[in-house]
Design a binder for this molecule. Structure first.
Ligand code: ZN
Length: 97
C-alpha cells in the first residue's frame, strides 16, 4: 500500500509517499518480488540520554525510539517499507535509490 501526502510550504508544495508492503512482514521474510534476503535499511534512533560518571549514556529502559524509515531490496530495488519522512530527510525523489 502506498500513501501519498501533500506537503505545503511557504512557497511550494510537493508530494511525499509512504509504502507498506502487504506481502512482507519484516527482515526475516524474503523479498516478495525476487526472493532475495538482502536489504538496505534506514532507521531513526533516539531516546533518553543522561550522564553517568561523566559519560553520556542512552537509557534504553526509559524510551526506545528506534523506528524503521525505509527498507529496500538490494537485488531488485523494491521498496518494502518507507515512512513518508524519508522524502523529507533525504534528498531523493519518491522511491529513488
Ligand atoms: Zn527483491
Amino acid at each position: 500500500m502506498t500513501r501519498r501526502l501533500q506537503v505545503v510550504g511557504d512557497d511550494r508544495s510537493f508530494t511525499i509517499t509512504g509504502v507498506d508492503s502487504d506481502e512482507w512482514e519484516g527482515m526475516r521474510d524474503p523479498c516478495p518480488t525476487c526472493g532475495s534476503r538482502g536489504f538496505e535499511h534506514v532507521s531513526a534512533r533516539g531516546g533518553y540520554y543522561g550522564v553517568r560518571d561523566g559519560t553520556v549514556v542512552l537509557r534504553s529502559d526509559v524510551w526506545d525510539a528506534d523506528r524503521a524509515i525505509r527498507t529496500r531490496c538490494r537485488a531488485c530495488g523494491t521498496v518494502l517499507h518507507k515512512h513518508p519522512a524519508f522524502d523529507l530527510l533525504f534528498d531523493h525523489g519518491p522511491d529513488e535509490p
